[in-house]
Design a protein around this ligand. Structure first.
Ligand SMILES: [Zn+2]
Length: 213
Protein backbone atom coordinates (compact mmCIF):
# COMPACT_ATOMS: atom_id res chain seq x y z
CA UNK A 1 0.00 0.00 0.00
CA UNK A 2 1.39 3.35 -0.96
CA UNK A 3 0.05 6.81 -0.47
CA UNK A 4 1.09 10.27 -1.57
CA UNK A 5 0.23 13.67 -0.16
CA UNK A 6 1.35 17.02 -1.48
CA UNK A 7 0.59 20.71 -1.58
CA UNK A 8 1.23 22.42 -4.90
CA UNK A 9 0.29 26.09 -4.40
CA UNK A 10 2.72 28.29 -2.46
CA UNK A 11 0.12 30.37 -0.63
CA UNK A 12 -2.08 27.51 0.68
CA UNK A 13 -0.53 27.56 4.09
CA UNK A 14 -2.85 25.19 5.99
CA UNK A 15 -2.10 22.40 3.49
CA UNK A 16 1.63 22.95 3.86
CA UNK A 17 1.54 23.18 7.66
CA UNK A 18 -0.59 20.04 7.94
CA UNK A 19 1.83 18.10 5.71
CA UNK A 20 4.79 19.36 7.78
CA UNK A 21 3.07 18.43 11.04
CA UNK A 22 2.38 14.93 9.73
CA UNK A 23 6.03 14.50 8.80
CA UNK A 24 6.97 15.57 12.33
CA UNK A 25 4.49 13.18 13.93
CA UNK A 26 5.80 10.32 11.81
CA UNK A 27 9.43 11.19 12.55
CA UNK A 28 8.70 11.28 16.25
CA UNK A 29 6.82 8.00 15.88
CA UNK A 30 3.76 9.50 17.48
CA UNK A 31 1.82 8.49 14.41
CA UNK A 32 2.79 4.92 13.65
CA UNK A 33 2.82 3.02 10.38
CA UNK A 34 1.21 -0.36 10.36
CA UNK A 35 2.50 -1.09 6.87
CA UNK A 36 3.04 0.46 3.46
CA UNK A 37 4.85 3.44 2.10
CA UNK A 38 3.92 7.09 2.45
CA UNK A 39 5.39 9.89 0.38
CA UNK A 40 4.74 13.44 1.57
CA UNK A 41 5.77 16.49 -0.44
CA UNK A 42 4.83 19.39 1.87
CA UNK A 43 6.01 22.15 -0.49
CA UNK A 44 6.16 21.53 -4.21
CA UNK A 45 6.94 25.09 -5.24
CA UNK A 46 9.52 26.53 -2.81
CA UNK A 47 9.86 29.84 -4.68
CA UNK A 48 6.11 30.46 -4.63
CA UNK A 49 5.97 29.45 -0.96
CA UNK A 50 8.69 31.96 -0.01
CA UNK A 51 6.73 34.71 -1.75
CA UNK A 52 3.42 33.35 -0.41
CA UNK A 53 1.93 33.32 -3.89
CA UNK A 54 0.00 30.67 -5.80
CA UNK A 55 2.81 30.38 -8.36
CA UNK A 56 3.11 31.46 -11.97
CA UNK A 57 2.14 29.76 -14.14
CA UNK A 58 -0.37 27.84 -12.04
CA UNK A 59 1.47 24.51 -11.62
CA UNK A 60 -1.82 22.73 -11.15
CA UNK A 61 -2.68 23.30 -14.80
CA UNK A 62 0.63 22.01 -16.15
CA UNK A 63 0.39 18.26 -15.44
CA UNK A 64 0.00 15.89 -18.40
CA UNK A 65 -3.47 15.97 -19.93
CA UNK A 66 -3.16 12.68 -21.75
CA UNK A 67 -1.07 9.52 -21.68
CA UNK A 68 2.35 10.01 -23.24
CA UNK A 69 2.05 13.75 -22.87
CA UNK A 70 4.63 15.49 -20.69
CA UNK A 71 4.03 18.01 -17.92
CA UNK A 72 4.90 21.48 -19.16
CA UNK A 73 6.85 22.74 -16.12
CA UNK A 74 9.90 21.21 -14.41
CA UNK A 75 8.20 21.03 -10.98
CA UNK A 76 5.02 19.39 -12.20
CA UNK A 77 7.14 17.06 -14.38
CA UNK A 78 9.21 16.07 -11.32
CA UNK A 79 6.15 15.47 -9.16
CA UNK A 80 4.43 13.47 -11.88
CA UNK A 81 7.59 11.42 -12.43
CA UNK A 82 7.74 10.65 -8.71
CA UNK A 83 4.09 9.59 -8.77
CA UNK A 84 4.65 7.44 -11.85
CA UNK A 85 7.70 5.81 -10.29
CA UNK A 86 5.96 4.80 -7.06
CA UNK A 87 2.53 4.36 -8.59
CA UNK A 88 0.65 4.91 -5.33
CA UNK A 89 -2.71 3.34 -4.72
CA UNK A 90 -3.90 6.56 -3.10
CA UNK A 91 -3.06 10.15 -3.98
CA UNK A 92 -4.02 13.18 -1.90
CA UNK A 93 -3.55 16.69 -3.19
CA UNK A 94 -3.95 19.31 -0.47
CA UNK A 95 -5.29 22.76 -1.35
CA UNK A 96 -7.22 25.74 -0.08
CA UNK A 97 -9.99 27.63 -1.84
CA UNK A 98 -12.38 30.54 -1.61
CA UNK A 99 -15.70 30.47 0.17
CA UNK A 100 -17.63 27.79 1.99
CA UNK A 101 -19.29 25.17 -0.21
CA UNK A 102 -22.10 24.75 2.30
CA UNK A 103 -23.18 28.36 1.70
CA UNK A 104 -22.46 28.59 -2.02
CA UNK A 105 -22.53 25.59 -4.37
CA UNK A 106 -20.22 27.34 -6.82
CA UNK A 107 -17.20 27.65 -4.51
CA UNK A 108 -14.64 25.03 -3.52
CA UNK A 109 -13.79 25.98 0.08
CA UNK A 110 -14.49 22.95 2.33
CA UNK A 111 -14.78 20.29 -0.37
CA UNK A 112 -13.34 16.90 -1.23
CA UNK A 113 -12.96 16.53 -4.99
CA UNK A 114 -12.35 13.56 -7.25
CA UNK A 115 -12.99 12.54 -10.82
CA UNK A 116 -16.14 10.80 -12.00
CA UNK A 117 -15.82 7.02 -11.66
CA UNK A 118 -12.75 7.14 -9.42
CA UNK A 119 -12.77 4.17 -7.00
CA UNK A 120 -12.00 6.50 -4.08
CA UNK A 121 -15.50 8.03 -4.15
CA UNK A 122 -17.18 5.70 -1.59
CA UNK A 123 -14.26 6.26 0.81
CA UNK A 124 -14.44 10.02 0.30
CA UNK A 125 -18.11 9.96 1.08
CA UNK A 126 -17.52 8.00 4.27
CA UNK A 127 -14.73 10.33 5.41
CA UNK A 128 -16.78 13.41 4.58
CA UNK A 129 -19.68 12.14 6.69
CA UNK A 130 -17.31 11.38 9.57
CA UNK A 131 -15.75 14.83 9.30
CA UNK A 132 -19.10 16.58 9.17
CA UNK A 133 -20.36 14.70 12.20
CA UNK A 134 -17.43 16.18 14.13
CA UNK A 135 -17.92 19.76 12.84
CA UNK A 136 -20.47 21.60 14.95
CA UNK A 137 -20.68 24.69 12.73
CA UNK A 138 -22.82 23.60 9.79
CA UNK A 139 -21.43 26.28 7.46
CA UNK A 140 -18.05 24.60 7.73
CA UNK A 141 -19.26 21.19 6.59
CA UNK A 142 -17.52 19.57 3.64
CA UNK A 143 -19.21 18.71 0.36
CA UNK A 144 -18.19 16.23 -2.30
CA UNK A 145 -17.47 17.34 -5.85
CA UNK A 146 -16.68 15.36 -8.98
CA UNK A 147 -14.79 17.46 -11.45
CA UNK A 148 -12.45 17.06 -14.41
CA UNK A 149 -9.66 19.60 -14.22
CA UNK A 150 -7.31 18.99 -17.16
CA UNK A 151 -3.70 19.74 -16.27
CA UNK A 152 -4.25 19.27 -12.53
CA UNK A 153 -2.23 16.75 -10.57
CA UNK A 154 -5.36 14.97 -9.33
CA UNK A 155 -6.88 14.55 -12.79
CA UNK A 156 -3.52 13.36 -14.16
CA UNK A 157 -3.16 10.82 -11.32
CA UNK A 158 -6.74 9.68 -11.74
CA UNK A 159 -7.01 9.55 -15.53
CA UNK A 160 -3.46 8.69 -16.60
CA UNK A 161 -2.25 6.55 -13.71
CA UNK A 162 -5.59 5.11 -12.57
CA UNK A 163 -4.89 6.07 -8.97
CA UNK A 164 -7.43 6.67 -6.20
CA UNK A 165 -7.01 10.43 -6.24
CA UNK A 166 -8.61 13.17 -4.18
CA UNK A 167 -8.17 16.90 -3.73
CA UNK A 168 -8.76 18.33 -0.26
CA UNK A 169 -9.83 22.00 -0.22
CA UNK A 170 -10.20 23.89 3.04
CA UNK A 171 -11.84 27.34 3.03
CA UNK A 172 -9.54 30.38 3.21
CA UNK A 173 -12.04 32.37 5.22
CA UNK A 174 -11.62 30.11 8.28
CA UNK A 175 -8.88 30.72 10.87
CA UNK A 176 -5.60 29.05 9.91
CA UNK A 177 -5.61 26.83 13.00
CA UNK A 178 -9.02 25.44 12.09
CA UNK A 179 -7.96 24.81 8.48
CA UNK A 180 -4.81 22.96 9.57
CA UNK A 181 -6.92 20.91 11.97
CA UNK A 182 -9.30 19.89 9.14
CA UNK A 183 -6.46 19.08 6.74
CA UNK A 184 -4.69 16.91 9.31
CA UNK A 185 -7.83 15.14 10.29
CA UNK A 186 -8.82 14.35 6.70
CA UNK A 187 -5.37 13.08 5.75
CA UNK A 188 -5.32 10.81 8.81
CA UNK A 189 -8.77 9.45 7.94
CA UNK A 190 -7.40 8.54 4.49
CA UNK A 191 -4.23 7.00 5.99
CA UNK A 192 -6.37 4.83 8.18
CA UNK A 193 -8.66 3.85 5.30
CA UNK A 194 -5.57 2.97 3.24
CA UNK A 195 -4.35 0.75 6.09
CA UNK A 196 -1.17 2.77 6.53
CA UNK A 197 -1.81 3.81 10.11
CA UNK A 198 -3.74 1.80 12.62
CA UNK A 199 -4.34 4.46 15.24
CA UNK A 200 -7.88 4.89 16.33
CA UNK A 201 -7.17 8.50 17.11
CA UNK A 202 -6.33 11.61 15.16
CA UNK A 203 -3.25 13.62 16.04
CA UNK A 204 -3.69 17.31 15.53
CA UNK A 205 -0.37 18.96 16.27
CA UNK A 206 3.28 18.45 17.13
CA UNK A 207 2.19 18.51 20.77
CA UNK A 208 -0.01 15.51 19.97
CA UNK A 209 -3.45 16.43 21.01
CA UNK A 210 -5.55 13.41 20.21
CA UNK A 211 -9.21 13.25 19.38
CA UNK A 212 -11.19 10.11 18.74
CA UNK A 213 -12.21 9.40 15.18
ZN1 LIG B 1 -4.41 25.09 -4.58
Amino acid sequence: MCDGGCSIHGNEIASIRAAEKLVKLLNEQKLKFSHGKLIIVPIVNQVAYRKRIRGKPDLNRTFPRQKKQAATQPLSAALFKLTQKHHPEWYLDLHEANGLSQKDAKVLGQTLISNKGNPIIPTMRRIMKRMNRSIKVKNQHFNLRLHELPGSSRTAASRILGVRAVTVETGWSLPQKVRIHYQMKIVQHFLREAGIVEANKVYLSGKVRTVSL
